[in-house]
Design a protein around this ligand. Structure first.
Ligand code: ADP
Ligand code: NG1
Length: 548
């Protein structure tokens, strides 16, 4: 452990592109995009931007679908990002805090909206006691709209930094122009990059970085997580952490217990991670009820059933939030509380703890007879020890219960095993000395096992993604070069894969994948280059300030 309190650092305010990207060659590559953005802003709004908020996408190297079970994950920021140029509107003919939002991509049309303060009268209070409700913005969760992500970011700024009282300062009217090159719905977290950059843009134009209330990186992550849930996805905190806290040259080991902690970890020298896009777009917000949110519900329900069965006495927590699988494991095995300090010997104990708890899970979460592994809603509620209405409210409100079959055992098993793989991955990266080749082989095997578990136990892959993983792994079989492992990355059900390749063989690997993955046939070189690319861990989010 480096001891670096990365989450406690201030959000950087930069004035040069070299600082923004942490490297001169990357800055030079990106400069034209920034110039175009600033020029278009002036054309559209008739005045110059004061700031650009930047938030990168991320690639998750390992640790899939376990952040919301409170287990640590291992992402890295990528160069692809969302940029939001912004400025207070100079001539104000609009409501306080009104927003004109434009996007350089024609798919995302111009939007105008204003936050409201809903003053309400309670039923049982005297007439002069007007209740001042928090700021409000309409976010349509039934339809995927790009401005929902802008509003989600704004929401957090309004409610954390502007009191709803009518005598407090109000937010300024704002013009914003968005551009992004994180492919949406591809597991590289364009949504978190949108929400983080939106949050930063509204903080910047309202001068919050100039005052003493400026949030730290960790605080920004917490606000962005809360914000993204407003779009209707019950997400964990991995993407926002990677986007905000990442540092160039290091992946991040992010743990959530006892509180958010991000540990920058340098990867083995010869390790290069290559992303490839399956071209299957997975629209998370629209499919949440039967995919993402259902998996969240299954893992939380599994934790609830196990904690009830084991009589772990953690029910008092359920009043605030559901018990997680990590908490169940920690209570059952009596250790593993402070994840940042997990050592090799703890891994041995953890493995034993996992074997024990998986035995219990098999016994309690699997149906007693037949070949099926899923259980019905009624059986699940019965085994939870909770009142039906209470259970439905806590676990099933974001889920399409009609179509769901609840696979509690397989989901819990994936989570426990994946958590162990992440700790092993971290341990290998941190180990000094040793044989580089065998390190890469161990990391690659962990990635392969992770993918197979995502596919078979967590059911969040896609046939085309499996095909892309097969193509990537076949690079080694045909003897062209060194590929150590390949897996889906991000939420899944489409999106990208990430492959661990030896630095010397990256070009040959990229050529192989472009040639062998059938859906790429006939694509232009430019499009192919945006589908298959090597990534080096990049810089996290920042605000760029124009100086006169
Ligand atoms: P991801 O896995 O990329 O996070 P999601 O389905 O969660 O995918 O979010 C993708 C959504 O984010 C898009 O449908 C769009 O609404 C929004 N988005 C992504 N990139 C942009 C962009 N450049 N401009 C505006 N909105 C964007
Ligand atoms: P994507 O959809 O790839 O950005 C989602 C969640 C993560 C994590 C992964 C699965 C959001 C914003 N992100 O990532 O927190 O749970 O799935 O590991 O919902």
């Amino acid at each position: 452990m480096t001891g670096l309190p990365a989450a406690d650092a201030q959000i950087p305010i930069f004035t040069t592109l070299k600082e923004v990207y942490g490297s001169l060659p990357t800055a030079a590559k990106q400069a034209k995009r920034w110039d175009d953005l600033a020029r278009e802003f002036e054309i559209k709004f008739g005045h110059k931007p004061t700031h650009v908020a930047r938030a990168p996408g991320r690639v998750n190297l390992i640790g899939e679908h376990i952040d919301y079970a409170d287990f640590g994950v291992f992402p890295a920021a990528i160069e692809h990002d969302i940029l939001i140029a912004c400025a207070p509107r100079p001539v104000d003919r609009h409501a306080p805090g009104s927003v004109v939002a434009e996007n350089l991509h024609p798919r995302y049309t111009r939007q105008v909206f204003s936050p409201t303060r809903r003053h309400t009268l309670g039923d049982d209070v005297p007439l002069d006691a007007v209740r001042v409700a928090p700021w409000h913005l309409d976010i349509d969760k039934t339809e995927l709209r790009w401005e929902s992500y802008v509003k989600a970011g704004y929401y957090g700024v309004l409610n954390h930094f502007f009191s709803p009282s009518s005598t407090s300062p109000v937010p300024v009217p704002v013009d914003i122009l968005v551009t992004g090159n994180v492919p949406p719905g591809s597991g590289l977290s364009s949504s978190a990059a949108m929400v983080v950059s939106s949050t930063l843009a509204f903080l910047a134009v309202n001068g919050i970085f100039d005052g003493e209330n400026a949030p730290t990186k960790g605080e920004l992550v917490n606000i962005a997580m809360e914000n993204e849930r407003r779009v209707g996805v019950n997400s964990g905190g991995m993407d926002q952490s990677a986007s905000v806290i990442a540092l160039p040259g290091s992946a991040l080991y992010v743990s959530f217990v006892p509180s958010l902690h991000a540990e920058p970890i340098v990867l083995p020298r010869d390790a290069v991670f290559v992303c490839a896009n399956s071209l299957v777009v997975s629209n998370k917000a629209e499919s949440a009820k039967h995919q993402y949110n259902l998996r969240v519900a299954e893992t939380l329900a599994a934790a609830r059933l196990l904690s009830h069965h084991l009589n772990l006495q953690i029910d008092s927590n359920t009043k605030r939030r559901p018990v997680t699988l990590r908490e169940v494991l920690a209570r059952k095995s009596g250790f593993y509380r402070d994840e940042q300090d997990v050592q090799l010997e703890d891994l041995v104990r953890l493995r034993k703890g996992l074997v024990d708890i998986l035995g219990i899970a098999m016994d309690y979460l699997l149906p007693k007879s037949g070949d099926r592994t899923d259980i019905s809603v009624d059986e699940m509620i019965d085994k939870s020890g909770m009142d039906e209405a209470e259970f439905r409210k806590m676990y099933l409100s974001g889920v399409d219960v009609e179509t769901a079959n609840f696979e509690l055992y397989l989901r819990a098993r994936h989570v426990f095993e994946e958590a162990l793989r992440v700790l092993e991955f971290r341990e290998v990266c941190l180990a000094g000395g040793g044989n580089e080749e065998s390190k890469l082989q161990t990391l690659g095997k962990l990635m392969n096992d992770s993918h197979d578990s995502c596919h078979r136990q967590f059911d969040c892959s896609h046939p085309k993604v499996n095909d892309l993983v097969r193509v990537a792994r076949s690079f080694g079989e045909v003897g062209k070069g060194r590929i150590y492992g390949s897996r889906m990355t991000g939420a899944g059900w489409g999106g990208c894969t990430v492959s661990l390749v030896h630095r010397e063989d990256v070009e040959a690997f990229i050529t192989h994948v472009k040639k062998e993955y059938a859906p790429y046939e006939g694509m232009s070189d430019e499009d192919l280059a945006s589908c298959v690319f090597a990534t080096e861990p990049g810089m996290g989010a920042c605000v760029f300030k124009f100086i006169d």
